[in-house]
Design a protein around this ligand. Structure first.
Ligand code: DAH
Length: 355
């Protein structure tokens, strides 16, 4: 076969190759180790010098021409493949968005966000602690040494295994200890979170939510506590002129201790927070016990303050008129759709909290 005939045949094969694999086959047949053009080039060594001078440029030109044509064909094929993929995967941006199931913010999460927002405005930071606590943080440091009778009121879940003495925290009060230990007051924190007690009936679930509040400063007193709680209740329920009643009570970690009731009315069977002649208990509070302050390495002669602890689930029930606590934890999509909040309904002081 003449060089020209070989050239035409190979170019025709290349033109006919419709896939990258077919192009590769043409390359191997022409320029591979035992390809036709490679074989031609190999004959050069055996030719007489004049003959070699005469044919070598033609052979080399053929090799270069084919190599370039093969590269060009490969590029064209991959460009075409990309174009057809883009065509196939094209999406029509003018189509309406498909209706996706809408998730909602759980009322408990909503209330936690509201709390953070209200207390941030009063200069409180949000603190957190672990849900698996040690005996020290959950009890001992809070002035409940081993054998203290108040421990029995907590229906504690004790964890088996090592290390010993671990519990599921029964309240958010251990976060007080974590916030005070190693800290340099003044301190203002709230700590919302999950707590656990071995208790389950219509009004109790084994896991529920509390928010802890703690202020430590040099001359903080009960008046500050009452003002802070009144301001919180008014912002949270969106009412003014709220009456709070502080009843003497007992908690090992506060002295004095109080239970706090908020004035309300049940006119027409509907609960209204604020005025009225009824009272609703909403939280426990008091002045942080000097022993608790000392347990955290602070000098109770220098530092004092108040603390409070409040059930978040109940706050959500009162504010949003939710009757059944257990529904909070059923993960019933219909309940969540109905009582949940839109992801964009971010609570804020300026927009108000009374949805
Ligand atoms: N930890 C208490 C409980 O779970 C609530 C409580 C009462 C917290 C008084 C406080 C407080 O910080 O001062 O029953």
């Amino acid at each position: 076969m003449t060089t020209e005939a070989l050239r035409e045949r190979l170019l025709a094969d290349l033109a006919a190759a419709g896939t990258p694999e077919a192009v590769e086959a043409v390359r191997v047949a022409a320029l591979g180790r035992s390809g036709a053009v490679t074989a031609l080039l190999k004959t050069l060594g055996g030719l007489a010098p004049e003959e070699r001078l005469r044919v070598a440029p033609r052979y080399q030109a053929l090799r270069e021409e084919l190599a370039a044509a093969i590269e060009a064909k490969k590029a064209a094929l991959s460009e075409a493949a990309l174009a057809s993929r883009l065509e196939a995967e094209r999406s029509d941006m003018s189509l309406p968005a498909r209706p996706v199931p809408r998730g909602t913010i759980h009322p408990v999460s909503q209330v936690m966000d509201e709390l953070a927002e209200i207390f941030a405005d009063l200069g409180f930071a949000v603190a957190a602690g672990p849900e698996i606590e040690t005996d020290w943080y959950n009890f001992t440091a809070l002035n409940m040494p081993a054998e203290h009778p108040a421990r029995a009121m907590h229906d504690t879940f004790y964890l088996a295994g090592e290390p010993a003495g671990r519990v599921l925290r029964t309240h958010t009060s251990p976060v007080q200890i974590r916030a005070m230990t190693g800290a340099s007051p003044p301190l203002r924190i709230i700590a919302p979170g999950r707590v656990y007690r071995a208790d389950s009936d219509a009004t109790h679930t084994p896991m529920f939510h509390q928010v802890e509040g703690l202020v430590i400063d040099r001359d903080t007193h009960m008046g500050h506590l009452k003002w802070t709680l009144t301001t919180f209740v008014e912002a949270f329920f969106g009412v003014t002129g709220v009456a709070l009643r502080l009843r003497p009570s007992f908690f090992p970690f506060t002295e004095p201790s109080v239970e706090v009731d908020v004035g309300c009315s049940w006119a027409g069977g509907r609960l209204a927070i604020g005025g009225g002649d009824s009272w609703l208990e909403i939280l426990g509070a008091g002045m942080v016990h000097p022993k608790v302050i000392a347990n955290c390495g602070l000098d109770p002669g220098q530092w004092q303050g108040f603390a409070f602890g409040c059930g978040i689930d109940r706050l959500a029930m009162l504010k949003y008129g939710l009757a059944d606590l257990r529904a909070f934890f059923d993960a019933d999509i219909r309940w969540l759709q109905h009582h949940g909040f839109g992801a964009h309904d971010v609570p804020s002081i300026s927009a108000g909290f009374s949805a």
